[in-house]
Design a binder for this molecule. Structure first.
Ligand code: SAH
Length: 236
């Protein structure tokens, strides 16, 4: 088996496929992703222009980020392995008249097929769902042109994240489906940075994503203890 075939948890894909129909419901299972999406774009835009950039969105899901990037005039390829989710993504793009490509392919296979092809790679809220996140980071680096940027977001393996992202969001507020996040699979920023450095990617910026669903408030911060964004640049 190749590293790509290994690096999938079928139970994770099943969970996402089962919820696919609710992906674009602003008050549904994925409302947290809808809420934080403008911040992710804002963070990216402070570092790079998006227009006319070739972007690979790894673990794109129903396309919340992919569509926003395409609307910012980037040329976007969204990839994921959850078929039903991609069906929803394709239909939604047609409905909203946004032009972009979706492919059912692993990050590792896409990078092998298209090395050094992308100006930007995004991988948001996905690494915590794969058995071998380092393999995804290696693929992201391989897919990037020298000097290209990788933007990653995920949840920190920190007690504050356990309290907020798991206990509060999943069990108390029903904000995220129960079982979405397993604490021991979460990555610390230092661990993600080590994986990136190992693959020729240098950390350029970081931000915390503060999301308060009760106050419906969302902002970038310096607190990386819960949900965080890192920006890396591939060595030239
Ligand atoms: N990046 C999107 C969706 C995040 S949800 C956003 O932030 O808006 C996580 C996504 O990762 C789901 O769509 C799920 O199907 C996908 N995923 C999980 N394991 C994967 C794998 N091994 N390869 C590709 N995608 C995967």
């Amino acid at each position: 088996m190749t590293r790509a075939e290994n690096n999938v948890d079928p139970a994770e894909l099943n969970r996402f496929n089962a919820k696919a129909q609710t992906w674009w419901d602003l008050d549904g299972e994925f409302k947290a992703l809808h809420a934080i999406n403008p911040l992710r774009l804002q963070f990216m835009q402070t570092h790079v222009p998006l227009a006319n950039q070739r972007i690979l969105d790894i673990g794109c899901g129903g396309g919340i980020l992919s569509e926003a990037l395409a609307k910012a005039d980037a040329s976007v390829t969204g990839i994921d392995l959850a078929e039903d989710v991609l069906t929803v993504a394709r239909l939604h793009a047609m409905e909203s008249g946004v032009s972009l490509d979706y492919e059912t392919i692993s990050a590792e296979q896409k990078a092998a097929d298209c090395p050094q092809a992308f100006d930007l790679v995004t991988c948001m809220e996905m690494l915590e769902h794969v058995p071998d996140p380092a393999s995804v980071i290696a693929a992201a680096s391989q897919a990037l042109k020298p000097g290209g940027w990788l933007f990653v977001s995920t949840i920190n393996r920190h007690p504050k994240a356990y309290a907020l992202a798991i206990v509060t969001a999943e069990r108390l507020l029903n904000l995220v489906p129960p079982g979405t996040h397993q604490y021991d699979k979460l990555l610390k920023p230092s661990e993600l940075d080590a994986m990136a450095r190992h693959n020729g990617l240098t950390l350029q910026a970081s931000a915390g994503i503060d999301y308060n669903p009760l106050l419906k408030r969302c902002r970038l911060s310096n607190d990386l203890r819960v949900n965080y964004l890192l920006a890396f640049q591939k060595d030239a």
